[in-house]
Design a protein around this ligand. Structure first.
Ligand SMILES: Nc1ncnc2c1ncn2[C@@H]1O[C@H](COP(=O)(O)OP(=O)(O)OP(=O)(O)O)[C@@H](O)[C@H]1O
Length: 584
């Protein structure tokens, strides 16, 4: 675990951490000396030297006091070290999260990342704070005591020292037994967390399906996850108990042997009874810390598993950046050239040889059946994922050769699932361009039909929108996000069903606003309400991973092909036959 922590902390001085470990080890040696020094008092009492016993007692008292101060100091240092390690973990995770491709972020992966960033890092830091110092001290102290015993009697001291590797082997065996159980417990707890979040988030659906609420039969995936976690807990408990028993047996066995040998040596006159008592006392001091040590194993194993998640997240491949990024182009035409893409190496190809050119400053509408890959195309432009073959260019430059920050600067994205920050209406729109003037803010509000929201709310622009924008309707949230995108005034605008939640009149008004961007921005729109994209410079009908038809609305209608059929069914859906039932 220490090695993993040091790897994480490559930039911070590893030497600082080692210095801290050495200080703790020295504190352990001092504690061993203090604990062992009681022998002087016992010896003085046995030989009835009251003066020496008194001095011994005073020394013991002073030693205990210094030891207490020393222990508090290393504990404080441990706290500082734990905080520093937590900051390092947060920094590394922060750097990693902003460098991951946007396509990595799904509800499952964000749940995992937030669990690691919040709970995992805290658990690791707490382990360092609460357990690392005691761990080192409880190893060093008994070793010091064993060495003191060696000086007093090589046979007893030798036995204690020889016992150390046996105890270590027992601890290792216990920890290995425990590892699989703890790992399983960790996995099942994370699965339960996910199911629990799903259960909380989707109460409406579950209640409708009779899977939640009073008298319901419950939500099976959640109950199964809880059952699995319970089984894993019992298994982990047993494996840790067996490990603890093994360690305890070895530690107690060594002590029993030490007592037996001391008695035998005394009875056979090979050892002074006074020294025998002293050595048996030292033996008891030797096993005390070791017993505590064996109880720490489980907590360390859990911290190691949490730390593994931190390192796993940090090791994920980030979005590749060009070693020498190209300068941003002067014009912003988009081009898909022989693009092949699939989501996963086992998934079918979504595009094999996709080609499409979008002129700078033009408005292109992507149309096609559900699942043909329209959203995927817009996300490929923003490098949510990189294409497997071929390339996408912006102004003739492969987007992978541009600095990602520059590319994101040049793009405004509006997706169907809008998120607004828990701030005012104005702050949410201004996110697009914090420097925008009042006039610019008002202009985009008019274009995106946000002005009527501003006028309706009592606090106007200063109205809070609530977490995620929950104080606004779905359509209103969408309009705010369009205003935000317009205010950014980026040369490329990608709109994925951005007007889906609008009533027809507002949808058309926003479509007209987007049309005004022609000549100023390259716009790619996905719209299921086809009348909102009638005025596009080109409409591209996609199916089977290919461009099937391409042209203006009128050209495609005249062609009487796929788009024309799509348009007619959209404008006037085929009437339901008489007696036709929706649910046969
Ligand atoms: N993150 C993802 N991982 C794996 N497959 C995905 C992912 N996103 C989309 N797909 C798959 O890719 C295909 C195309 O999806 P996409 O959302 O691009 O289609 P679309 O044309 O925009 O559909 P719609 O019109 O219904 O929104 C679908 O079959 C979908 O299952």
């Amino acid at each position: 675990m220490i090695a993993t922590l040091l790897q994480l902390d490559e930039r911070a001085a590893g030497a600082k951490f080692w210095r801290f470990i050495i200080c703790v080890a020295l504190a352990g040696v001092f504690q061993g000396l203090v604990l062992g020094s009681f022998i002087a008092v016992v010896y003085a009492l046995f030989i009835a030297d009251r003066h020496a016993a008194l001095i011994g007692c005073l020394c013991l008292l002073a030693g205990s006091l210094v030891n207490g101060i020393l222990q508090s100091w290393v504990t404080m240092r441990g706290f500082n070290e734990a905080m520093r390690i937590m900051v390092v973990m947060h920094r590394r995770l922060g750097e990693q999260l902003v460098a991951l491709p946007l396509g990595w972020f799904t509800s499952r992966t964000t749940g995992f990342a937030s669990g690691v960033a919040v709970r995992g890092t805290l658990f690791v830091a707490q382990t360092v704070m609460d357990l690392l110092v005691p761990l080192i001290i409880n190893i060093i102290t008994p070793l010091t005591i064993a060495l003191m015993s060696l000086v007093l009697d090589w046979r007893i001291g030798g036995m204690l020292l020889a016992g150390a590797p046996l105890i270590w082997l027992a601890a290792r065996w216990g920890s290995r037994r425990n590892a699989a159980g703890q790992e399983q417990l960790h996995v099942t707890s994370r699965q339960t967390d996910t199911r629990l979040l799903e259960f909380i988030d989707h109460q409406m659906l579950l209640r409708q399906a009779g899977l939640s609420g009073p008298g319901s039969k419950g939500y099976p995936p959640l109950t199964e996850a809880v059952d699995r976690q319970w089984q894993a807990t019992v298994k982990a408990l047993w494996s840790s108990v067996l490990g603890l028993i093994a360690q305890s047996v070895v530690v107690q066995g060594i002590y029993g042997l030490v007592v037996g040998v001391a008695v035998w040596l005394t009875l056979s006159s090979q050892l002074d009874p006074v020294w025998a008592v002293v050595l048996i006392g030292l033996g008891a001091q030797f096993i005390g810390p070791l017993k505590i040590l064996s109880e720490m194993g489980t907590a360390f194993k859990r911290a190691q598993i949490e730390l593994n998640d931190v390192t796993r997240l940090i090791a994920l491949p980030v979005l590749p950046e060009a070693a020498v990024p190209h300068a941003m182009p002067a014009r912003y035409g988009l081009s898909f050239e022989h693009v092949a893409f699939r989501y996963d190496k086992n998934a079918p190809w979504l595009f094999r040889d996709f080609n499409l050119a979008i002129a700078p400053g033009s408005l292109t509408a992507l149309v096609g059946p559900s699942g043909c890959g329209k959203t995927t195309l817009t996300r490929l432009v923003a490098r949510f994922w990189d294409v497997n073959l071929g390339r996408i260019t912006l102004g003739g430059e492969d987007i992978r050769q541009l600095r990602h920050a520059d590319l994101m600067n040049a793009i405004s994205l509006v997706f169907q699932n809008v998120y607004l920050f828990d701030d005012t209406l104005e702050a949410n729109v201004r996110m697009g361009n914090p420097e925008a003037s009042e006039a610019q803010l008002q202009a985009v509000a008019d274009l995106a039909c946000v002005t009527e929201i501003v006028n309706r709310l009592p606090l106007g622009w200063h109205s809070p929108v609530g977490e995620g924008g929950r104080l606004l309707s779905g359509g209103e949230r969408q309009r705010v996000s369009i205003a935000r995108a317009l205010l950014k005034n980026a040369p490329v605008l990608l709109l994925d069903e951005a007007t889906a939640a609008q009533d027809p009149l507002t949808g058309m008004a926003i479509a007209r606003a987007i049309n005004t961007l022609k000549g100023r921005a390259t716009v790619m729109v996905i719209a299921h309400q086809l009348n909102t994209v009638k005025a596009a410079d080109q409409i591209v009908f996609i199916d089977g991973g290919q461009v099937c038809e391409q042209g203006t609305h009128q050209q495609l209608i005249n062609r009487q092909g796929r788009y024309a059929r799509f348009w007619h069914s959209h404008i006037s859906p085929p009437p339901m036959r008489h007696n036709e039932e929706i649910f046969p």
